[in-house]
Design a protein around this ligand. Structure first.
Ligand SMILES: CC(C)(COP(=O)(O)OP(=O)(O)OC[C@H]1O[C@@H](n2cnc3c(N)ncnc32)[C@H](O)[C@@H]1OP(=O)(O)O)[C@@H](O)C(=O)NCCC(=O)NCCS
Length: 180
């Protein structure tokens, strides 16, 4: 576990550092699940972070020794994937669900509970905003992390951009109480 860290809202000034973090996290930790061309499609065509989340104040970073080592957040409306500029989006299935978005952790700080802290923070904020259901789109490598935190798969997804190689992924959901 981390001894000392800062959890704070992301700002637009963090965007370059976030892009580097996301590229490193994906390239290092999705090996064996996606090939290089799929990863390039994810990073360059689909995009890993919607800046609108930063604008809404619902995207967070964890900083250790002045370096952003993890990020993740949530959205009150809209898509579980894509950015303001990407060609694809996928809306949450249940209109009453909050979208958990874009969890990435540096491989140098893996398995220290950083993503767990970010996900817990996002869920807690979404709960305070009135949500009891959370949906997300998990890359295949991240499924065990989300299962560990109570998410269940409910639909397979295949992200396709033009003629680029498609990316299989899984839509997952967590709900605080059983719906009537
Ligand atoms: C998925 C990811 C965000 C997890 O970040 P992390 O900070 O290393 O995760 P945590 O330390 O908070 O993990 C908490 C628990 O989740 C589970 N878990 C996390 N990563 C796991 C993995 N790769 N395999 C199996 N279980 C995993 C474990 O139970 C872990 O607890 P433990 O370490 O005590 O066993 C990180 O691996 C990552 O950035 N991957 C590449 C980018 C990506 O795919 N992001 C998700 C997009 S949907």
């Amino acid at each position: 576990m981390l001894d000392e860290f800062i959890l704070r809202q992301a700002t637009m000034a963090d965007l370059p550092a976030l892009q580097s973090l996301h590229a490193e996290a994906v390239r290092s930790q999705s090996l064996g699940f996606y090939d290089d061309s799929q990863i390039d499609t994810f990073l360059r065509k689909i995009g890993t972070l919607d800046p609108r989340l930063i604008g809404a104040g619902t995207y967070y970073v964890i900083v250790v020794d002045d370096e952003i080592v993890g990020s993740g957040g949530w959205g009150a409306t809209g898509s579980v994937v894509g950015t303001d500029a990407s060609p694809i989006t996928q809306e949450v299935l249940l209109p009453t669900a909050a979208a958990m978005r874009s969890f990435f952790v540096s491989s140098h700080h893996a398995r220290k509970g950083i993503a767990r802290t970010l996900l817990g923070n996002a869920e807690e904020e979404a709960r305070r905003a009135g949500f009891e259901i959370f949906e997300l789109l998990a890359t295949l490598n991240a499924i065990p992390f989300y299962v560990r935190h109570g998410y269940c798969p409910f639909e397979a997804a295949n992200l396709r951009v033009g003629n680029c190689p498609s990316l299989p992924a899984i839509k997952m959901r967590k709900q605080d109480r059983v719906l009537q």
